[in-house]
Design a protein around this ligand. Sequence first.
Ligand code: SAH
Length: 504
Amino acid sequence: MNPGYCYLVGAGPGDLGLCTLRAKELIEQADVLVYDYLSNPEMLRWTPEGCEQIYAGKKAGDHAIPQGGINQLLIDKAKEGKTVVRLKGGDPMVFGRGGEEAQELRAAGIPFEIVPGISSTIAGPCYAGIPVTHRAHNTQLTIFTGHEDPTKAESSIDYEQIAKAPGTKVMLMGVGRMAPITESLIKAGAAPETPVAMVRWATTGQQQTLVGTLATIAQKIEDTGFKAPAVCTIGDVVNLREEINWFEERPLFGKSIVVTRTRKQAGDLNRKLALLGADAYEIPTIRIDPPKDMLAFGELVRDSHTYDWIVFTSPNAVDAFFDVFFKLYKDVRSIGGARIAAIGPGTEKKVNAARLTVDLLPDQPGVAENLVECLLRENGTVDHLKFLYVKAEETRDVINELLTKQGAIVDEAIAYRTVPETEDPTGGQARFKESGADVITFTSSSTVDHFLDLGFDIPETTKIASIGPITSATLKENALPVDIEAEEHTIPGLIAAIERYFAT
Ligand code: SAH
């Protein structure tokens, strides 16, 4: 068998947008993905179905698999002919053991590629508003590791040299040893008042920055309980933060927000919240499964051109419909003269993706009753008009009932079912149990029901955000307060409401 291929890939510092296109491309093709605790778990979502995901390492000194074992694993999997992606936080060649792994692969005759990533050494200070170089301040940058114990006799870190080097110094992996490290630097001649910034979980919504000097930072770390992982920046450039700090000023910075949509949909809301600085994390409560009677659905899709109207009430319904439609037909014109109604702009977007335009959107997006009113107004009468209503198994029957009452002929096409998500693919459930959240978002009644099924205690301080009145009603039925409700019942509307809530 041909040997497979191994890719040593930088995942970037944490924010999903700071990962390279090449990295994403490779994750999308991986047979095996080996990842560590610094890689953004959202990236696991890019893997193709059936990809084997192996968690390789936790924090320093607490490795799930020892380094020798990881090297062997990469070699063994590649020898099976597989495409192996070894995903590493930041850049694989900057304190990431990429060099060692590449040497082992070469020795074993496994072909490999190395994909650089944005290193936390640069991105960490950047997201704290600190340029590692600046013409007015320095012409040199020193990067070193604080991992070694500076009291150890055979230490290879020469603090004398580091203290003497001009310019900015950036250190990784030293949070727990800041007292001996700063002492060594001061003893070696560094000015005690040199500014120091520690940036924890840089570029993510959990970012925290602690600023001090070589003389004070260790005590500050102790007093505030500041923990790894953090990038430490030492030098005058730290002062520029006062002018340049930008990320930490975003409107939702530091707010932890739970997203409770399906695994597939959560990404979009998550990403938008993250761009506003929020520490958004996902607890998928539901999963989209095919309908119980796929044959019946297929037949209705096949006959869709015989209807006057096709009514879509969710983006998922559109996806499910066109999945089947394009298996049956090659040409989008096979939809014939049927006109298309969509419940809101999210659903419309999906219709547009099939290169079709929507003939009718309700005045009040997301409100089924209003959609029927608009259909009545548009048609004058719906008497004897044929409607294909494409929906989830559990969707309320309002549209069918109201249209039928007006004399319309309505066929229901059950396109999918929402079922409870039983796994915890990105660790969100565990995280919520441990540390709660500032806000939980609900985008449908079913996300409320399914979230409650998980049986969490919701802390009193946690605010509840709802996409609209129907979801809010379900929350209230379950004795949950609605602290935030979207004015426009869409994802952007929900985000705007959360922003407004925290602005006041
Ligand atoms: N190859 C990585 C570094 C791996 S060593 C890179 O280029 O960034 C692990 C150390 O990196 C951590 O102990 C911490 O010091 C630093 N680190 C990585 N990602 C970080 C992040 N998002 N925020 C703060 N520090 C980070």
